[in-house]
Design a protein around this ligand. Structure first.
Ligand SMILES: Cc1cc2nc3c(=O)[nH]c(=O)nc-3n(C[C@H](O)[C@H](O)[C@H](O)COP(=O)(O)O)c2cc1C
Length: 324
């Protein structure tokens, strides 16, 4: 399939694997890229420029297809070495960067000078327009359904995507709640040029996480995620578990007086323990409502092939309907 996104990123299928903390290692990104999508290494999981450079090199050993790097820009008292990470990306010959979190304007000049395409993940039309204004090449429009940080506007993709299509001039992909060929065709119908998936890619054979994580996603329904940290205006959609229930009780009891210190036991340092060691109740970890649509653990190749086949079948069915 050819869209503005496949052309921009030099990929076969308009399917992107969004950056995911402690999931987006070289193995994940290479598997998605080898299957014809765009795999993405998560920069902040590596943390330092040296480690990121090493991860990029490892990924290059596993694929000769294009892959990207995610740079998530978080508010932090001790921010990571973003200029160093950008240099590692440029020196590593990466051609696509997915930015997320805060406005990436400060990172753009060196990336653009190096000819790197930047796709910024946004949870609102106004942030998408800002991304377009500052010179991003594309946007990943992340609806309220998404795993991770859906922002504070709570607009689901059935509204957000056509709104983005009405306003944006640069191409965008849908993100949040995407799982299969139906998601892809619906996204294209609403004006997107492809789709981004997070949670769906965790439940694949190659995802380098503990099997407990994959089984938890399979066992979950669309009713099993919760929104945490809303009182801190840092809302995150996570899979419900004992730690999340504890966290939500704290949020209720402390109300507006809550600070990040109050919830550190439930959110700090959780990812390596959940993703690597499979201690599922250790804390809050991102997961989308799309878990309700995930029932198996295919390879990335099987998943992407299946999505594209289903998409073609839907197009054929619709053409037959239109002609009838
Ligand atoms: C476990 C997990 C970790 C994530 N970590 C990040 C991250 O570090 N940076 C980022 O930009 N997005 C992160 N995301 C968001 C994904 O890139 C993607 O936007 C989101 O998962 C899309 O929603 P979906 O899960 O419904 O497909 C994460 C998502 C999950 C499920």
């Amino acid at each position: 399939m050819k869209t503005a996104i496949t052309e921009m990123f030099g990929i076969q299928h308009p399917i992107i694997q969004g950056g995911m903390h402690y999931v987006g290692f070289a193995e994940m990104a290479a598997a998605v890229s080898n299957a014809g999508g765009l795999g993405i290494i998560t920069g902040l999981t590596q943390g330092t420029p040296e480690k990121l450079a090493n991860e990029i090199a490892r990924c290059k050993d596993m694929t000769d297809k294009p892959f990207g790097v995610n740079l998530t820009i978080l508010p932090s008292l001790t921010p990571p070495d973003y200029p160093g990470l950008v240099k590692a990306i440029i020196d590593g010959g990466i051609k696509v960067v997915e930015t997320a979190g805060r406005n990436p304007v400060d990172l753009l000049p060196p990336l653009k000078d190096a000819g790197i395409k930047v796709i910024h993940k946004c949870t609102s039309v106004r942030h998408s327009l800002k991304a377009q204004d500052i010179g991003c090449d594309a946007v990943s429009v992340d609806g309220f359904e998404c795993g991770g940080h859906p922002g504070e506007d709570d607009v689901p993709n059935f509204i957000l995507l056509p709104r983005a299509a009405d306003e944006l001039e640069i191409p965008f992909v849908s993100s949040g709640g995407m799982a299969d060929g139906r998601s892809l065709i619906a996204s294209l119908a609403m004006g997107a040029q492809g789709m981004n998936m997070g949670t769906r890619f965790i439940a694949t054979k190659e995802a380098p996480v503990h099997d407990n994580v994959k089984q938890a996603i399979l066992a979950a329904s669309e009713l099993d995620t919760r929104l945490v940290m809303r009182p801190l205006r840092n809302t995150e959609r996570v899979l419900n578990n004992a730690a999340v229930e504890r966290l939500l009780i704290k949020e209720k009891e402390l109300g507006d007086t809550i600070t990040i210190q109050d919830i550190l036991p439930e959110v700090a340092g959780v990812y390596p323990i959940v993703m690597m060691e499979g201690e599922m109740d250790r804390g809050a970890w991102s997961c989308g409502m799309v878990a309700g649509l995930i029932h198996d653990i295919p390879t990335c190749q099987e998943l992407i092939d299946r999505i594209m086949l289903q998409a073609e079948e839907i197009i054929a069915r619709m053409q037959a309907m239109a002609r009838a």
